[in-house]
Design a protein. Structure first.
Length: 137
């Protein structure tokens, strides 16, 4: 058994997380690594855990970007700074393209609101009304 997780948005991001299980064979892992290259992706071998490697790295970028916006920074300027640094796109644009509802649902599941120092209140404010609408669906 093995899993593949395309980092979102998959048409832009080059990361392909290859999620090995306890019994994944070396041959299956090697095949998935070759597949990632054929797809033009960068394959990274990870274990099965919450967030894998991409979201664990992306989370702090997104959080700090949200703090910058709260402090008055322009959204486009924040995204441009990380794009100029070498990212395929900025964290705020990434969230917008990937689907802001995905982040909202993750935050609800893991209750990131409990520690105000670790999570920006900006998304909570933005999605206060959206969340009520989503629960009705």
């Amino acid at each position: 058994m093995i899993g593949t997780h395309f980092f979102s948005p998959a048409n832009v991001m080059r990361l392909l997380e290859i999620v090995r299980g306890k019994k994944s064979s070396k041959e299956v892992v090697a095949t998935c690594m070759q597949l990632s290259r054929k797809l033009g992706k960068i394959g990274v071998l990870v274990g099965n855990c919450r967030g894998f490697v991409g979201n664990r790295m992306f989370g702090p970028y997104r959080r700090e970007a949200q703090f910058l916006v709260e402090e008055g920074a322009d959204v486009e300027a924040v995204d441009k700074a990380l794009f100029d640094f070498g990212n395929a796109m900025g964290p705020l644009a990434t969230g917008d393209l990937a689907g802001l509802d995905v982040g909202w649902r993750i935050r609800q599941e893991y209750s990131t609101w409990k520690n105000p120092e670790s999570a920006s209140p900006l998304p909570k404010t933005v999605f206060a009304n959206w969340g009520a609408t989503a629960r009705k669906r």
